[in-house]
Design a binder for this molecule. Sequence first.
Ligand code: BTN
Length: 239
Amino acid sequence: ADSRCEILPIIDSTNQYLLDKIGQLRSGDCCVAEFQSKARGRRGRRWFSPFGSNLYFSMYWQLEQGVAAAMGLSLVVGIVIADTLRELSGQDIKVKWPNDLYLNDQKLAGILVELAGKTGDCAHAIIGIGVNLMMTNPDPNIVNQKWANLGKVDRNLLVARIVKNLNIKLSEFEKQGLAPFISDWNRLDNFANRPVKLLIGDNIIRGIAKGINEQGALMLEQDGKIHAHIGGEISLRGD
Ligand code: BTN
């Protein structure tokens, strides 16, 4: 079946809007908003969502394999968004583990996957995507890192391509898992072979970024050995 997409002028959060409608949704259904008053970022943060200047988009997807598939799903979403933004803008868009999008070493877009209502072995995923297009003067209380804009694009076309590509790639992921996507992710990796630090709670781990493995874990070379990490936040060393 085709995706149904709702266009909302003003909403608290596009993710919350879909979360409230679980049960009426089928995989691929989505919504976009012009403005969000209570947009959520990862790790309990907020997401700056001024009127009209950016893309705020959410899509519902049923995880047939249950919550265990959520990590892989969010990495596949990152690949899809990077490739779609590349196609439309011609710019060198990259991914940052686990699922930010970067342009020129600055954050261009964020992905927040929220899970709900596990019934039996299947879980409901709400995939939220925020892309900076023409953002000026972001609130410094909300945006606390270097950010990039994609620039002027046709937002209707952008949404249409994202919806199409997510449907194709997430169906593929459902059948084949993350394995077929690893080389794509590593090709787009903003930090590949660069010295990074991984912050896990109060712990700092230093290493060279070596992409992801089949579980979606971050691979770091530490003292000549490769270690897999499943949590934390990376940044360039020397920052
Ligand atoms: C991040 O912290 O990097 C993730 C940001 C995700 C923001 C998007 S905007 C559309 C959707 N609705 C929300 O409330 N959040 C996501």
